[in-house]
Design a protein around this ligand. Structure first.
Ligand code: HEM
Length: 343
C-alpha cells in the first residue's frame, strides 16, 4: 500500500495521532493477562502481511514527522548520537543493511544504485538524493551511522562484541524510555542493565546475553518491551526529564484516555558483516489508551496487566503514582470475560 505520511508533533501541541490502519497493526505486547520479564526472543524473519514485523525496518505513517523530531533533538543535544572511533566500520555495515533492506522492502519509497563503491541513495519521503563513495566518510554530510539513522525510525544501539560481552560503543538515541546513551556509552551488557529490577535475580540477562552473542548474520531476532508515557512524547530522556517528568502530574479521570499512552518497543538484533558488531534497533510505537480500548480484548487484558503488575516494575517503568487512575479508567472496559492465550 502507499503510505500517507502524517504531519504531526510529539511535543508542544502534540498533534500525533494513529490512523485506523496504525491502530489495527499496533504491536499489542501481552500474550496473557499478566506480565513478568522473560527472555522473550524470536526470529525476525518477517511476519503477517501489513504487520510491523513484515519488513526488516518498518516504515509507517509517522516516518517523516519522527525524523523531524529527531533532527530537533540532535540540534539541541548532539550527544544523543555518539560513535567511539573503532565503531566507524560498524556504522558502514549499518548503513548498508538499512539501505539494502529499505530499497528492497519499499522500492516505491527508497532506491539504492551501486556501481562498485559509487553508491546513489534516493529517499523519496524525505526528499534526499545522495551520491557517495561507500567507506569514504568525506563524501557524506555525517558519519555513516548518523547519516542513515537520521533517516530511520527508532533508536539504535551499536554493540561491539569482545571478551564474551557486548559493549555500547555507538548509538543514536532520541526516542528512549528514560535511559541515556551519554551515560551508558562504553558500558557492557550487565552494566547498562544494572537499574532493571528482578531480571538479574531471574537469570534473564545471563541467558539473553548468551543468545545475543550467537546471533548470526542473516538471522536477526526480535522481542517486544513496553512502558507507559503521558502525552505522545518520543523523547523521554533523562536529559529532558525536567520537561516531561512534570507532565505525569497532569493526568485526570477526564483526560487519561486521551493523554496516557502505551509505549511499545519492537527491539530487533542484527549481526553486522565486516565489524561483527551487533545492532539493536529499538522502534517505539505509541497508542493512546482510548485507542487501545477500541479493541475490546486489548482493553480487557491491559486492565488486568496494569492492575496486577508487581510494584517494582510499575515503579521502574515510572507510572506507580498514576496506576490507580489508569486502572480505574481501564476497569470500565473489562467485562470480566475470560481471555484466551495469545494476542
Ligand atoms: C532495559 C539496552 C537487550 C531486557 C534496558 C535499558 C537499556 C537496555 C539501555 C534501560 C536500562 C535503564 O534503566 O537505564 C539493551 C540493549 C540490548 C538489550 C542495548 C541489546 C544488546 C535486552 C535483551 C533482554 C533485555 C535481549 C531480555 C531478553 C531488558 C529489560 C529491561 C531492559 C527486561 C527493563 C525494561 C522495562 O521494564 O521497561 N535495556 N537491552 N534487554 N532490558 Fe535491555
Amino acid at each position: 500500500m502507499t503510505i500517507q505520511f502524517n504531519d504531526e508533533t510529539f511535543r508542544g501541541d502534540y498533534t500525533f495521532k494513529n490512523s485506523q490502519w496504525a491502530i489495527d497493526r499496533f504491536p499489542f505486547p501481552f500474550h496473557e493477562d499478566n506480565y513478568m520479564y522473560s527472555v522473550n526472543m524470536e526470529q525476525h524473519q518477517g511476519g503477517p502481511e501489513g504487520s510491523v514485523y513484515e519488513k526488516r525496518f518498518d516504515v509507517d505513517e509517522h516516518y517523516v514527522s519522527e525524523m523531524k523530531d529527531r533532527a530537533q533533538v540532535l540540534a539541541e543535544d548532539p550527544l544523543r548520537c555518539q560513535s567511539l572511533p573503532h565503531m566507524t566500520l560498524a556504522g558502514w555495515d549499518l548503513l548498508e543493511l538499512i539501505m539494502v533492506s529499505k530499497s528492497e522492502d519499499y522500492p516505491d519509497l527508497f532506491e539504492l544504485h551501486r556501481d562498485g563503491n559509487h553508491w546513489h541513495w534516493i529517499n523519496k519521503p524525505m526528499g534526499i538524493d545522495q551520491r557517495f563513495t561507500f567507506m569514504d566518510e568525506t563524501t557524506l554530510p555525517y558519519g555513516p551511522m548518523e547519516y542513515i539513522t537520521r533517516q530511520t525510525q527508532g533508536d539504535f544501539a551499536v554493540l561491539d562484541q569482545r571478551d564474551d560481552n557486548l559493549w555500547m560503543d555507538a548509538g543514536m538515541v532520541t526516542t528512549q524510555a528514560d535511559w541515556s546513551l551519554d551515560f551508558d556509552i562504553g558500558m557492557n551488557f550487565f552494566e547498562w542493565h544494572a537499574p532493571v529490577p528482578k531480571a538479574h535475580e531471574m537469570g534473564i540477562f545471563v541467558r539473553a546475553l548468551k543468545f545475543l552473542l550467537n546471533v548470526q548474520q542473516g538471522s536477526p531476532a526480535r522481542r517486544l518491551n513496553w512502558t507507559m508515557t503521558v502525552n505522545p512524547l518520543l523523547d523521554t530522556s533523562p536529559e529532558n526529564y525536567h520537561k516531561w517528568g512534570v507532565q505525569k502530574t497532569t493526568l485526570t479521570p477526564e483526560n487519561v484516555g486521551q493523554k496516557q499512552h502505551l509505549r511499545v518497543e519492537l527491539q530487533t538484533f542484527f549481526r553486522l558483516p565486516r565489524s561483527n558488531a551487533l545492532v539493536f534497533p529499538i522502534r517505539c510505537y505509541l497508542i493512546a489508551l482510548e485507542d487501545v480500548v477500541s479493541v475490546p480484548k486489548w482493553g480487557r487484558r491491559l486492565h488486568r496487566v496494569i492492575r496486577d503488575l508487581p510494584e517494582e516494575l510499575a515503579t521502574y517503568k515510572g507510572f506507580i503514582d498514576n496506576r490507580p487512575l489508569i486502572v480505574d479508567y481501564l476497569s470500565k472496559f473489562d467485562d470480566g470475560l475470560a481471555t484466551s492465550p495469545g494476542i
